[in-house]
Design a protein around this ligand. Structure first.
Ligand SMILES: Nc1ncnc2c1ncn2[C@@H]1O[C@H](COP(=O)(O)OP(=O)(O)OP(=O)(O)O)[C@@H](O)[C@H]1O
Length: 523
């Protein structure tokens, strides 16, 4: 264990406006004399009067030597704290940082210990008394695991995501945190649709330890698609991918429990990954890969019809829902399912790799076991030829930051969760949309749920008529993770654990099931 005698000059968490007093109600007289200790899990210190304070290693993102005691920024507000200039060049000329005993610890400060609330940035100025600032900062960097896996990051920023604040988030939070953590950033703003795919398809993989998007699920989907369709996709699929929300729905941040910019950036800095299932979507000769969901009928209509309310941010779906629900459409179509419980080797045998190229037209990518053959689904165990007014197939529990579509889904469970309704009424549709955050809508008798390895939708048109027979209009919207794809027969299959996503150590995937069970009991 590392120890040092230190003097603490300030700790912004104990300043007026900071919400986390090291000891509630205590009045600290700075500077404080203390003994600093650092081990594998935390940094902590004990003052002469016996008071102890701790900073968990999972929240630490840097330790910086400074030339002289800087003034405290008396707030935890991230943008204010992170805008403090630590490296004043005039100071550097006057003071020798090499011999300076002063250093700053940087950590994300959770509000009430919760990761779903807006956190702040905590800074503490130490003066080393015995071993020197370099030894202290080295020990913190070791304890916090900084720079071990992620050193250089490619950041793809969609400046037009959501309410167009991506650049501001990057400038005020993301970049300053990366700088403090010692991570080199290569920023590329996307300038057009599919730009992120073009970039990730052609980058030199050796230059980056991670690829991170700032935007919505659309730009993340594009980045994944580029990596998985490279000739060297088997290597590219191993590059850790990260998500910093800048869009209007940011489902991925909800699924990773990193809803704030600070926690999402911290997660990239820490570099811990978890396996992530991806699914392929095949339509005629085209294959795309994606991470979130396939939506059709009501939810697809809402997603695209709500575009015009984009300026509203997260509320746009609610407004579109009210408008669409007043006249609920009924879609005709065929649905073929390959339930996980029945996907045996016989179905594998329908795919003959030697006969079918991975993707027609020379596109590269993970082999499709069940859907490469465009007619294989005709022999699958479950077929429906009926009307639908609700359909979502999801790879992850949350399909937006408000809507938990499949509480039982996990990052890498090797399944897709298909939910559909063949004839819900306006009232039932309303109830399902009102009940988004709990997963309770799945208990409705009009909802059908199936866990599958693959499914195929053969979509037809829609009608106001409940049986979908009269005045059939052409269908328009098929939605893959928020992106529109052609309204055509759509073959989808899961590729288990094929990518690695940057995920925080506090991510507890069982939480989604607990939320759903609690809601069920309360009903
Ligand atoms: N410079 C750009 N101008 C216009 N569109 C762009 C640009 N860069 C990327 N795009 C496109 O914007 C679309 C939406 O991107 P993204 O998902 O990041 O934002 P969003 O739709 O606002 O977020 P959310 O999915 O959370 O609602 C993607 O299809 C992407 O191709």
């Amino acid at each position: 264990m590392f120890t040092d005698k230190v003097r603490i000059h300030w700790d912004n968490a104990s300043a007026p406006g900071g919400w986390c007093m090291p000891t509630p109600g205590a009045h600290h007289q700075y500077p404080l004399e203390a003994t600093l200790k650092i081990d594998a899990d935390q940094v902590w210190w004990t003052t002469e009067s016996g008071r102890a304070s701790t900073v968990s290693k999972s929240l630490i993102f840097g330790a910086t030597r400074v030339a002289r005691p800087l003034p405290a920024v008396k707030t935890l507000k991230s943008t204010a704290v992170l805008s403090q200039n630590l490296y004043n060049t005039a100071d550097a000329a006057l003071f020798n940082i090499e011999n300076s005993p002063y250093w700053i610890l940087h950590a994300v400060e959770l509000k009430q210990g919760r990761t779903d609330k807006q956190p702040g940035i905590r800074r503490i100025l130490f003066e080393s008394q015995d071993v020197g600032a370099k030894a202290c900062t080295d020990a913190v960097v070791d304890c916090a695991g900084l720079g071990q896996t992620v050193r250089s990051v490619l950041v793809l920023l969609n400046p037009f995501s959501g309410t167009k604040r991506g650049k501001q988030y990057y400038r005020t939070v993301v970049k300053p945190m990366f700088d403090i953590a010692g991570i080199t950033v290569h920023l590329q703003e996307t300038t057009h649709i599919n730009h992120a795919t073009e970039i990730t398809r052609s980058i030199n993989l050796n230059l980056y330890s991670a690829v991170v998007t700032i935007g919505g699920d659309g730009v993340f989907h594009e980045a994944i698609n580029g990596l998985l369709t490279r000739p060297d996709w088997e290597e590219a699929r191993r590059v850790p991918v990260g998500f910093i929300g800048g869009g209007s729905a940011n489902a991925m941040n909800k699924n990773l429990m990193t809803e704030s910019r600070e926690l999402a950036t911290l997660t990239v800095i820490k570099g811990q990954t978890r396996p992530l299932d991806i699914f392929s979507v095949s339509q005629n000769d085209t294959v795309v890969y994606s991470h979130l969901a396939v939506m059709w009928t009501l939810l697809a209509d809402l997603d695209f019809e709500s575009e015009r309310y984009r300026w509203m941010g997260g509320e746009r779906m609610t407004v579109a829902a009210i408008i669409r629900l007043i006249r609920l459409r009924t879609y005709r179509g065929k649905l073929y399912l390959l339930p996980t419980s029945q996907a045996d080797d016989a179905h594998d045998a329908l795919y003959d790799e030697s006969a079918a190229p991975r993707t027609p037209g020379g596109q590269h990518g993970p082999a499709r076991r069940f859907t490469a053959n465009p007619t294989a689904h005709l022999a699958w165990p479950r077929k429906l030829d009926t009307t639908f007014n609700y359909f979502v197939a999801t790879n992850l529990p949350w399909v937006s930051d408000q809507f938990m579509a499949a509480p039982g889904s996990r990052l890498a469970d090797g399944n897709l969760h298909v939910v559909w309704s063949e004839g819900m009424t306006l009232v039932q549709a309303l109830a399902s949309l009102m009940d988004q955050g709990s997963g309770n809508y799945l208990t409705s008798p009009v909802m059908n749920v199936e866990r599958v390895k693959a499914f195929v939708i053969d979509p037809q048109g829609w009608s106001w008529d409940k049986k979908g027979l009269k005045d059939v209009q052409a269908g328009k919207y098929m939605d893959v993770s928020g992106e529109q794809v052609p309204y055509l027969p759509t073959r989808v299959e899961v590729h288990p654990a094929i990518m690695n996503v940057l995920a925080p150590d506090w991510l507890d995937e069982e939480e989604w099931t607990r939320i759903a069970e609690k809601a069920k009991r309360a009903k």
